[in-house]
Design a protein around this ligand. Structure first.
Ligand SMILES: O=P(O)(O)O[C@H]1O[C@H](CO)[C@@H](O[C@H]2O[C@H](CO)[C@@H](O)[C@H](O)[C@H]2O)[C@H](O)[C@H]1O
Length: 650
């Protein structure tokens, strides 16, 4: 303890939220608020006051607001985050002698005791505060002190000094010189809204052509912008767009050898034509790409690029920087892996190279290059196979210069590893949603994501499928499963995405039974899609994306409230906005084969509605309306008609 601490009597502990003892910032987006809680108490029975101090990191001046007492030495206060950037916050606490005096005065007055000495003590405290107050308020305080020193009407004086106005002035100007400050200053990082609310559509640009056998181009992609916008997505994510290696190129269905003319996997980055800063020649030029990015932005669509830090054998880095790879005694490099998957067509980068600083700068220059071309969102491939320190540095440096950049972590791995990546700066994260199927699994997972510390730093992005994952639920459940998995992804999590064309068309043939890989996967061949074909799944996609845009309750993940049902095949959950004007209730039949019926208990208490309320539930997918008068209501969902209800309570 330092000497200056000797007279401080307030103890401040258990300040939340904080991550790893303040090592990492809390995450929020513009428009959200942050609620800080703390335990603050002193010895004995003197009254304690607590305030929350906060300021933008760029500012010298603290704003200070009183924290509310919740009971049991626990305090709370919130502040709104109206602009992007980093803010710091901490908690201050002190013994409030005036408040202690006020409480004693009240008791003595109630007991009819002599108050003369009490008045003199109070007057002294008020005069001391007056010295710290600005002119006008100083005069008011002196006036109060004067009345205490020469009381004419005891009862009136007591009322005056216990008034809210005197309390307010004394809280402002009372003696805080022995105020204790929490030992840490914590940070909240406020990002743009898209960090929390985004709808992703993934397509392979080489399949964007409308002509059989023709390699798609960025011009073809431009022609698809209206299609993606019509479906209601706001992020269009492209797998790598760079030249593809020829050495060890993969063939159809992940074959380790390719036939002449096969295009190879886009993640095998780098060839004679260039590496991570080059564009696959058949897709077009850099100018074509920039034009596509700009046209998309004009239509409300942001382009997300894949950041896969690995190289084909033909990548220029292999010749220019052989020391960035780990050579074995036989002169080869062990190919990349994400066990049990083997990536025979790419070399991993050796982050333990002696030249690691130049490597880091070069890799950052890739991100800078694409930012310069208008890309503000990156889906990062397998970040868990590269060092955490590297990502922490890269994301910090990039976001210092460009705070609007969003990084999505594509790490399907162990929970602690996924969490760490989120803590060190990834804006959004892929999740285990893809494999959470039963009501129990979904409730448990959502509770973990939204009601634990994870809520402070891990923003989930729910994907029902990816080019790598055709989950068994979709393989087996067909169209009803495609619809229910889509609607759940889009309403459980405010960030969601899907691997588009195959989803629209309900394609679900696995490469081999028991495996999650797609048969004839687009990862190894060019496809021709009938972009204009209308399907029921596409229709639901359009509707659910519109519902998301029009209902603010669905634009956050943190407000979920599960509702009871008497049938475990029916999953029900509610969402509501802060203003309590937008109330949503989702009910999903988790059984893709059979009609499921049962009773759902509408969480009226959560919606702030009385138990006897009558209300209309309006299904925003089908347009149906029902008048409900009770808490428990009958639901019937037929999987082949429509396996979901997305109700707005009206
Ligand atoms: O490892 P993940 O399952 O997270 O998948 C991601 O990374 C893979 C490696 O980049 C990538 O795999 C694809 O590209 C590889 C390199 O060309 C190739 O060997 C694989 O067969 C192919 O699936 C995967 O697509 C990506 O999502």
């Amino acid at each position: 303890m330092q000497e200056s601490e000797g007279r401080k009597r307030a103890i401040i502990e258990h300040v939340t939220p904080q991550i790893n003892c303040g090592q990492f910032p809390i995450k929020r987006v513009v428009g959200e608020k942050i609620t800080i809680q703390a335990d603050v108490f002193g010895d004995g029975h003197d009254a304690v006051q607590v305030s929350l101090k906060y300021r933008p990191l760029s500012s010298q001046e603290w704003q200070e607001i009183p924290m509310n007492f919740l009971g049991n030495d626990h305090w709370e206060a919130s502040f709104s985050l109206d602009a992007p950037g980093k803010y710091e916050y901490t908690v201050a606490g002190w013994i409030d002698h005036f408040l202690t005096w006020q409480k004693g005065l009240q008791k003595k007055f109630d007991a009819g005791q002599d108050l003369r000495v009490e008045f003199l003590i109070g007057a002294q405290l008020i005069e001391e505060a007056a010295e710290r107050a600005p002119e006008q308020e100083r005069a008011m305080l002196y006036e109060r002190a004067h009345f205490l020193r020469q009381p004419s009407n005891m009862s009136a004086e007591v009322q005056q000094v216990l008034s809210p106005e005197v309390s307010r002035l004394m809280t402002l100007y009372g003696d805080k010189s022995e105020s204790g400050i929490y030992k840490r200053t914590l940070v909240v990082d406020v990002e743009r809204k898209k960090a929390l609310f985004s709808s992703w559509y993934e397509l392979f640009p080489r399949s964007a052509s409308q002509e059989w056998g023709k390699h798609g181009t960025f011009k073809d992609c431009e022609a698809l912008i209206p299609h993606v916008v019509r479906m209601g997505f706001d992020v269009l994510y492209l797998p790598p767009i760079h030249p593809i290696g020829r050495a060890f190129r993969k063939g159809k269905n992940n074959n380790v050898t390719s036939q002449p003319g096969e295009p190879g996997s886009p993640w095998a980055i780098g060839a004679a034509e260039g590496g991570h800063k080059a564009i696959h020649p058949e897709l077009g030029t850099v100018e074509d790409f920039v034009s596509f990015v700009n046209k998309a932005r004009e239509s409300g669509l942001e382009i997300a690029l894949d950041l896969a830090l690995q190289c084909s054998q033909d990548h220029p880095y292999v010749k220019e920087h052989p020391d960035w790879f780990k050579w074995r005694p036989d002169g080869t490099v062990q190919y990349a892996e994400n066990p049990p998957k083997k990536y025979q067509d790419v070399l991993p980068i050796n982050f333990e190279t002696e030249d690691w600083q130049n490597l880091w700068y070069e890799l950052k220059s890739i991100v800078d290059y694409w930012i310069d071309k208008g890309v503000h969102i990156f889906r990062v491939d397998n970040p868990h196979t590269k060092p955490f320190n590297f990502w922490e540095w890269l994301i910090r440096e990039v976001r210092n210069e460009h705070p609007q950049i969003i990084f999505l972590s594509e790490a399907f791995t162990r929970p602690r590893v996924m969490e760490r990546l989120a803590k060190i700066g990834f804006t959004q994260s892929y999740t285990y949603y893809t494999w959470r199927n039963t009501a129990y699994e979904i409730k448990q997972y959502m509770t973990e994501l939204t009601k634990t510390d994870m809520r402070e730093y891990f923003r989930p992005n729910f994907w029902p499928n990816t080019p790598d994952i055709l989950p068994f639920s979709l393989q087996q459940g067909g169209e009803p499963a495609f619809i229910s998995r889509l609607v759940m992804a889009a309403t459980l999590s405010s960030n969601y995405g899907l691997y588009g064309p195959v989803y629209e068309f309900g394609i679900n043939a696995p490469m081999t039974p028991g495996k999650e890989e797609y048969l004839d996967s687009e990862k190894y061949e060019i496809k021709l899609w009938d972009w204009n074909a209308e399907t029921k799944i596409k229709d639901v996609m359009i509707r659910i994306n519109r519902v998301r845009r029009e209902n603010v309750a669905l634009q956050t993940t943190w407000n979920i409230e599960f509702a009871d049902t008497d049938n475990e095949r029916l999953l029900a959950y509610a969402k509501m906005d802060d203003a309590r004007t937008n109330r949503m209730l989702m009910v999903v039949n988790l059984d893709p084969y059979h009609l499921q019926a049962g009773y759902v208990k509408v969480p009226l208490y959560y919606f702030g509605m009385n138990p006897g309320s009558s209300y209309v539930v309006h299904d925003l997918i089908t347009g149906a309306r029902y008048n409900w008068h009770h808490e428990w209501n009958y639901i019937e969902l037929h999987p082949t008609l429509m396996p979901v209800h997305v109700f707005r309570i009206e």
